[in-house]
Structure formats: C-alpha cells, structure tokens
Design a binder for this molecule. Structure first.
Ligand SMILES: N[C@@H](CCC(=O)N[C@@H](CS)C(=O)NCC(=O)O)C(=O)O
Length: 317
C-alpha cells in the first residue's frame, strides 16, 4: 500500500489527535507541513477546495476531516481499536461532543487576550491580524463564546471529565478509545500551546494525570516529506476504485436525489465554508467521495464524512 501522508502543522489540535492515533496504532507516516492560513495552493491542488487541517493522503486518495481519517486508520490497522465493544456508539458520540463543543469552548479560553498575546509574542502585529482575519472568514455557523463564559464552561467540562476518570485510566475504560483522542487535543492546546492560561487544568489533577498517559502514547514513526513530492505521488498514482479504498462501506444511500456521476459541491456545515467540487462517485452511510482532476495532482478521489457536511448539485449553486 502507498504511504500514509499527513498534511498538518504542529500547532493544529485536530492534527494532534491524528498524530497520537498514528502513534497508538504504530502506523509509520510521512509528514507534510502545510500553512495555517490561506492561501494554501498545494493543499487545494489535492483537496479541490477543502482547506482545514489535517487531511490525509494515500496515493491519489485524499481523506478530509479527522473523524473520517480515524475510520480509515481503523480499517488499515484494526488493533488496537479506537472503537472498543461494548460502547462504541457512546465513544463516537462523546468524541463528536469533544470535537464540536469542548473544542470551541477550550479554544475560546485558550485564544482569549492572554493566550493570544502568548501565541503571537514576538511576531509583528500583521501576523496576528492576518490570523484573526483568516479565522473570521472561516467562522460560519458558530456562536462566539466570550473568554469568561468559555472559562466557566471549560471548568465544568473538566470536572465532568475528571469524574469519568475516578476509577479508570481512560474516559470509557482501562484502554484509550476515540473519545480519549478527541477530548485530549483541545486540552493539549491549553497545556502545550497556551500554557499562560493552563492554570484551569490544575483544578482537575485526575485530568492532568490522564493527559500524561495520553501524551506518553507518542506520535509513532514519522518521516519529513514535502508538498511537491506529495503532489507528484498523487499525479503518478491512480485513485483506488470505490469499494476497494480504505473506507469500509460503498453502498449508495441517496438522501438528496442526486445521482452518482453528478457534478456536486460539498461544504462544511460550520467553520470553513470553502467548497470542494467534483463528480460524485460515492455517497454512503458514512461518507461522500468525489472525483476531480487538477493540473498538478492529476485525477484524485476526495473523501469527506457525511456528518457535518452539506451536499448539493453544482448546478443548484
Ligand atoms: N472537523 C474538522 C475540523 C478541523 C479544523 O477545524 N482544523 C483547524 C485546525 S486544528 C483548521 O482547519 N484551522 C484552519 C486552518 O488550519 O487553515 C476535523 O475534524 O478535521
């Protein structure tokens, strides 16, 4: 099988989730560092529009969104599992809460005035402004949480997480599952990237001990790679046929009245409205797949999860 190439940057929390899962599953990976702001020409050459971080490339197959990447990694390396039985529905649901609610609460706390000053310390003011403008343009469908409200909610969430760790090493048992990786990454950002606002974690020592256990998993065996070589790999490889790629299901499930073969546009429901356009080649219970051709990357298959994404026919745009 072609190499796993993770396109990410060090400060990206959702990338930290995937880096640790690669370590947990002992999957060797190649690392392409991408910009944290637009423009991202090398990213868009592969994804066709999706600009969020991380995404994963295997040959000419591009897997967007960390939730979908987790499913691919599970299929590739089933043990140790991210979705232990019983309770895998609970694990996925807790993970979704973490990615959608805990994440934004923690980040509103992390990137309040004190945390933001720390993050951009020493950088010219234009850098902070460019970052702020970029994220403002991405902010669709999200409530703005004031830092003081965020801190109040974050404390309650940390207390609940601490309660879950009363008599077990990980959130849902004695081994980590998808929920642990999803809860960990926003807390990691607090502790490692904005330590000036990390006092909040001191109130729940059991959570800090659990974070130590999570960090100890490590990021596995990584090799530095670059975007030009990653694009050349896509250009020189045929995408895997639908049904034979690393997504488990291929049964067509039509909720939209959009036939396979239609030119479609997929956008995120919230945060990051940049559209990805292509020919719909799969719409299953869990994901959509598009075929598109790029001048540099050639023909690629771009895969996005169903949950959190909007599918429309391109002509309806
Ligand atoms: N639902 C997405 C969320 C990804 C996301 O929001 N990533 C942040 C960075 S951690 C992002 O894309 N920020 C803007 C950027 O990197 O350009 C996932 O699970 O991958």
């Amino acid at each position: 099988m072609a190499d796993l190439i993770l396109h990410h940057y060090p400060a990206s929390p959702f990338s930290e989730k995937i880096r640790l899962i690669l370590g947990y599953k002992q999957l060797p990976w190649k690392s392409v560092i991408i910009p944290n702001l637009m423009p991202k020409p090398d990213v868009v050459a592969l994804t066709g529009g999706y600009r969020k971080t991380p995404f994963m490339q295997i040959g000419a197959d591009i897997y967007c969104d960390s939730a979908l990447i987790c499913d691919v990694l599970e299929h590739l390396q089933p043990a140790p599992t991210l979705y232990p039985e019983p309770g895998k529905g609970l694990a996925r649901t807790l993970a979704q809460w973490a990615d959608e609610i805990l994440f934004w609460t923690a980040m509103a706390h992390n990137l309040g005035p004190k945390g933001a000053a720390h993050m951009f310390a020493g950088a010219p003011p234009e850098v902070a402004k460019a970052f702020g403008d970029d994220r403002k343009a991405m902010r669709i469908g999200l409530p703005r949480i004031r830092p003081q409200d965020a801190a109040a909610s974050y404390k309650s969430y940390l207390r609940r997480l601490s309660d879950m760790l009363d008599d077990q090493h990980f959130l849902l048992g004695q081994v980590p599952c998808i929920a642990d990786f999803a809860v960990y990454h926003p807390l990691w950002f607090t502790r490692v990237r904005t330590p000036v606002v990390a006092d909040i974690l001191q109130l729940t020592p059991a959570v800090l001990d659990w974070m130590d256990r999570m960090a100890a998993i490590g990021q596995g065996s990584m090799e530095k790679f670059d975007a030009a070589r990653a694009i050349a790999i896509a250009a020189g490889t045929d995408p895997m046929p639908v049904g034979q790629n690393l997504l488990t299901d291929s049964t067509f499930q039509d909720e939209h009245g959009i036939a396979l073969g239609t030119r479609v546009v997929i956008t995120a429901e919230s945060f990051g409205p940049e559209p990805t356009t292509g020919e719909l080649i799969a719409a299953t219970r869990t994901h959509y797949s598009l075929r598109r051709t790029d001048d540099r990357a050639g023909t690629v298959h771009v895969h996005l999860p169903r949950i959190g994404y909007v599918l429309k026919a391109a002509e309806a745009e």
